[in-house]
Design a protein around this ligand. Sequence first.
Ligand code: HEM
Length: 250
Amino acid sequence: MIETAIQTILPTALYKLLKLLPLRSWQFITQADQRLADYGLTALHAHRALYPTLSPAQAQECGDMLGPLRLSLDQDTGLPMSDAQIAGNLATYILAGADTTPAALSFITWELARRADVYAKLRGELEAAAREAGLAEGEDWRFEQLKELPYLAAVVKEGLRRYPPTVMPMTRVVPREGLQLSPAAGGEMLEAGTYVCASPWNLQMDATVFPEPERFEPERWLSATEEERKRMEESWMPFGLGVRACQGKL
Ligand code: HEM
């Protein structure tokens, strides 16, 4: 996986040659795929030790991604996935979630540190909600409680708009029947097999949809009219869109 990523930048032949370089730090990088696979297998074995048999209800209850994964079927064969396939999927989750989530949280925390007004408002909302929920000092929030808080939602949404952790274009391939862009406006016809891509960054920094796009402004999500909000939602895609959209999106 990491090797594939490197090979999108370096020609394969050059990478094969470079792989032989006996530098410890470089070897550490080239062996990353194997380490991820080993980690996935260790996690799978630990999960099996905890849940030797797994019913669909248990798979949901165990509250992790390994439960549903252990019950998933290979789409091609219809058979349960092999250990290597499960470990491979886990490695994808680790790669997909380990960089994006901290990046999003870091940018949001940074904005909260710079913007006393946003921080005070968010803190006020959380304190009021904690009082209402009767939350004791040091007691953890439950996700169900937090997702009901409008200002917190606006802060997170605006953070993911202003600093989308994945800025690269999301590539899709035009299907067999071809595709017309904006059919109502008689848009261009794209041939089957054409690569099409859109970047969250371009959409989310469009000043016609998000005035002063460089400004971190959670209020824009709360004060927008219905029509404005609809356009903003259509242009907000930090998790991608469609069948290949992020599986970690809640
Ligand atoms: C703020 C956090 C995250 C952001 C912004 C994010 C963003 C993205 C984006 C942009 C894609 C590509 C979607 C596309 O091509 O349309 C993606 C794919 C994916 N993400 Fe996330 N992600 C986040 C967290 C996570 C977490 C925590 C997990 C899992 C534990 C995860 C699992 C995945 C997987 C498995 C895919 C591939 C989906 C597929 O190709 O079918 N992501 N994510």
